[in-house]
Design a protein around this ligand. Structure first.
Ligand code: HAM
Length: 428
């Protein structure tokens, strides 16, 4: 039986086929994300993968609602797999924010589900780093969040030659719309036209804009001029002060598809334009108020970064690292009569946190040794009976990188290996 279209298996490396997904790459990404988020003082949270359908139909907008995996559960409730994390976060915050000092800086790495049509960079499940700041209205928070987004991408080896953050503002578009639109026109309909403008033929865009009383030329020249709002100018200077100015540009071609954004919005793209958006986010100052039915009112902003496009981009730039061995020591059993003593030693090595492997069944020593070399395991040991009768058993410890050897007592073995490993910083 095959997996469903748009879903992935994650295999331990080496992956069986070229187009498959590697668990190690995912673990590498998650570790790097966690490290960078910690450096900005963010705390991790999670929520349920299934929520009431209403949470997502309330304010995400038609695009996401059309992609929902929803069903009725056995208790007759209308539920959905989460297509994004922001509504769950807003729900969690609305009920508990009094317990937390503001601003709350939270992150999560949920698996999300969207019934998308098949296309490059878009699957029916993905993992998405979500970083959000809640309870701070100052534009300093927007700058901090964008700096974080840049640093997350830098941490996986990408540079200003690889990606750019396209920075925009729904406020700017709102002013544009209010000054020009025919009375009674719907603002969100206009935002959706702008969101899809780059993928829409000009004659179709013109047709869609005309009932709103807006011409395509007005829209195009507004994007081309790209005059930053006061807020955007502050963000640019803030990022320049950090030495991150080269990673951002004002681009009103971005407006974001989701309905709940209210102010500054942005998306990260690869510079060569080969891939879909790497990440996207912005301010959503009204969402918590809406989801809490008016009980809580907190400004908020955040971004989401998926694993699919990012891994594709890293692969294409040769930036997926080589994985170090998952095992530190291989215990070779040459003399089966010493298996009990070897098992005792293996137990004490593992209790010290040393990652240890061995052959479960009797095997030729040469085959066992090959298992160690094929797995790039740095150390191999075996217990030996010494030449002198009645003398204590001893351990030969070999370092495979230079084939150097030392002889140890069984008792000294765990400590010596621990020291060697911490010296060579084998553990990641
Ligand atoms: P979004 O733009 O829908 O935003 O998704 C953010 C990122 O998730 C995209 O840029 C893309 O990398 C990835 N992504 C989205 N859909 C898929 C898919 N079907 N397959 C693979 N990757 C995908 C949001 O979800 C907002 N809730 C982000 C946010 C957090 N805004 C504020 N806080």
């Amino acid at each position: 039986m095959d997996k469903l279209p748009g879903f992935r298996d994650f295999f331990p490396s080496p992956i069986p086929k070229k187009d498959q997904w590697e668990f190690d790459a995912r673990a590498y990404l998650f570790n790097t994300w966690r490290k960078t988020l910690a450096s900005y003082g963010f705390k991790e949270y999670d929520g349920p993968p299934v929520e009431s359908l209403e949470l997502f139909t309330k304010k995400s907008g038609d695009e996401i609602v059309g992609q929902l995996y929803n069903f009725e559960d056995k208790g007759g409730r209308a539920v959905a797999l989460r297509p994004e994390m922001t509504p769950t976060l807003a729900r969690m915050v609305a009920g508990n924010e009094r317990q937390y000092k503001k601003p709350m800086k939270w992150f999560s790495i949920p698996q999300l589900f969207r019934y998308e049509r098949k296309q490059k960079g878009r699957l029916r499940e993905h993992f998405q780093l979500n970083a959000d700041i809640i309870g701070e209205a100052s534009v300093a928070a927007d700058a901090e969040l964008i700096a974080l987004l840049i640093d997350v991408l830098k941490a996986v080896g990408l540079t200003a030659d690889d990606f750019v953050i396209r920075l925009s503002s729904r406020d700017a578009w709102q002013t544009f719309f209010r000054e020009r639109a025919q009375e009674g026109s719907d603002e969100y309909t206009f935002f959706q036209i702008i969101d899809k403008l780059e993928r829409t033929p000009p004659e179709v865009a013109r047709e869609k804009l005309s009932p709103l009383g807006i011409s395509l030329e007005e829209v195009q020249s507004f994007i081309q001029e790209g005059t930053p709002t006061d807020e955007l100018s502050i963000i640019l200077s803030n990022l320049q002060a950090r030495g991150l100015g080269e990673f951002v540009k004002i681009d009103y071609g971005i407006i974001r598809g989701l309905a709940y954004y209210t102010g500054v919005v942005f998306e990260a793209f690869d510079k060569q334009g080969e891939f879909r958006a790497i990440a996207g986010g912005g301010r959503y100052n009204k969402l918590i108020h809406l989801i809490s039915d008016g009980k809580t009112d907190l400004p908020a902003l955040g971004f989401g970064m998926g694993d699919v496009v990012l891994v594709e981009l890293l692969r294409s730039r040769g930036l997926i690292p080589e994985w170090p061995s998952a095992v530190d020591v291989f215990c070779l059993i040459e003399d089966e009569s010493l298996r009990p003593q070897t098992l005792g030693l293996i137990q004490s090595l593992r209790e010290r946190g040393i990652r240890t492997d061995y052959s479960l069944v009797p095997q030729k020593a040469s085959k066992q040794f090959r298992q160690a070399t094929d797995g790039k395991i740095p150390y191999v040991l075996n217990i030996r009976k010494p030449d002198e009768v009645n003398a204590e058993l001893e351990v030969t410890l070999k370092r495979l990188s230079d084939r150097s050897e030392q002889t140890l007592s069984i008792a000294d073995c765990p400590k010596t290996i621990s020291n060697l490993l911490s010296l060579s910083l084998i553990h990641i």
